[in-house]
Design a protein around this ligand. Structure first.
Ligand code: COA
Length: 389
């Protein structure tokens, strides 16, 4: 942690990672479950397949992505000051998924919390993390977007089950006096549109009951048409606003990394912004909408495809339930080629994570033993006091 006085601080993305479950669910397979077709899904959404978690949880996928981000940046987890996990599908209501990741990473100096802004959550998290760095509060912040939407989908509703998938992506932000990194952020919300995309039960208003489960109220409900109208509008406006705040012209934009919800929404935004296809990253066809994970997964794949280079101007832009939207403009500063994790480093890190795991187990055992022994001692003390009276 460090605090600087008057020198401006910048938050740079120095590490990145992603995880997608290997289990693939194709449109054809979906068409066997609900009244739909591969042709319809492709034409209306651009989606061909999505990944579905089997053994994975939101936390385990977040952990994979975070580990890769730390490896790429060559940063020890102990140096992380803050972990933010953007998710609408946490492992538990509490403890937060961020705390589960903190424990498994052995990030013993980190604060940790979950952030709920649906599909805009990752960019919200980047804005919060970057501002913590710019303010001098923290030096190293891990921002993760991770989701298992497959667990909150009504697999009988063809209007929603075709859209979503599971996965995780992460970036490591680090402070530096060098100009660049996250240059602006635009965050927005309009709660009047909350009912357009919601999970009606499971919160404190409609706690889980036999009735809510029978009525499928723990799954996603969506007014697709209205969300589509909202999405096309905010994607364009939020992109322009982020660029304007960062003093970057549209012509200087090298790569748009949009939320991967629907290829038609992305194409609409690209056309309205007059951006050629090579300046707009798209992988929705392979993952569907992975909500808060979609933008970091897209960013990592853009880097892996060598479509992001030092000096490039990027905008990440998302929208989602709430309603919410978020965008940020970036001047990329890190070399992206040759930034691969060597097997030797990966092996060393695995050892470190095993050790963190073991230590965590040790702490749990010790806490239980401590609690048991304390109880016995308290009882003995009580008995002795009773005898003395
Ligand atoms: N397969 C076949 N037909 C389907 C279908 C499916 N999976 N889902 C809906 N349909 C039908 C509808 O029942 C409707 O039939 P009708 O005309 O007989 O009533 C018809 O297709 C058209 O439905 P509509 O909802 O108007 O389709 P659309 O072109 O708007 O596409 C979405 C639907 C969901 C793909 C589109 O609205 C969308 O992408 N919205 C944004 C959703 C989103 O991004 N959500 C996440 C935000 S983070």
């Amino acid at each position: 942690m460090s605090a600087t006085n008057h020198q401006p601080r910048y938050a740079h993305i120095v590490g990145w990672g992603m995880y997608a479950p290997p289990n693939v669910l194709t449109n054809e397979e979906l068409a066997k479950r609900v009244d739909t077709s591969d042709a319809w899904i492709r034409e209306r959404t651009g989606i061909v397949e999505r990944r579905i978690a089997t053994k994975e949880t939101t936390a385990s996928m977040a952990l994979h992505a975070a580990q890769d981000a730390l490896e790429i940046a060559d940063v020890n987890p102990k140096q992380v000051d803050l972990i933010i996990v953007a998710t609408s599908t946490p492992d538990y209501v509490f403890p937060s998924t961020a705390c589960l990741v903190q424990d498994q990473l052995g990030a013993s100096s980190a604060a940790a919390f979950d952030l709920s802004a649906a599909c805009s959550g990752f960019v919200y998290g980047v804005a919060v993390g970057a501002n913590m760095i710019r303010a001098g509060q923290y030096e190293t912040v891990l921002v993760i977007g991770a989701e298992t939407f497959s667990k909150i989908i009504n697999w009988k509703d063809r209007g929603t089950c075709i859209l979503f998938g599971d996965g995780a992506g992460a970036v490591l932000l680090r402070g530096s006096p060098e100009y660049g990194g996250i240059l602006s952020a635009v965050l927005g919300s309009d709660g009047s549109g909350g009912e357009l995309l919601e999970v009606p039960a499971g919160g404190s208003k409609n706690p889980a009951s036999l009735e809510t489960v029978m009525a499928n109220l723990h799954t996603v409900r969506m007014n697709g048409r209205e969300v589509y109208r909202f999405a096309t509008r905010v994607m364009v406006d939020a992109t322009k606003q982020a660029l304007q705040k960062a003093n970057i012209s549209l012509d200087e934009l090298d790569m748009l990394i949009p939320h991967q919800a629907n290829a038609r929404i992305i194409d609409y935004a690209a056309k309205a912004l007059n951006l050629p296809p090579d300046k707009v990253f798209q992988n929705v066809e392979r993952y569907g909408n992975t909500s808060a994970a979609s933008i970091p997964i897209a960013l990592v794949e853009a880097i892996q495809a060598q479509r992001v280079n030092p000096g490039d101007h990027l905008v990440m832009v998302g929208f989602g339930a709430g309603l919410t939207w978020a965008s940020c403009a970036i001047e990329w500063s890190q070399p992206t080629i040759k930034r691969q994790i060597t097997p030797q480093r990966a092996a060393q890190s695995q050892l470190r994570y095993r050790w963190a795991n073991l230590k965590s187990f040790g702490h749990r055992v010790l806490r239980r033993v401590d609690s048991g022994v304390s109880k016995v001692l308290d009882r003995m003390e009580g008995q002795n006091n009773g005898k003395g009276q």
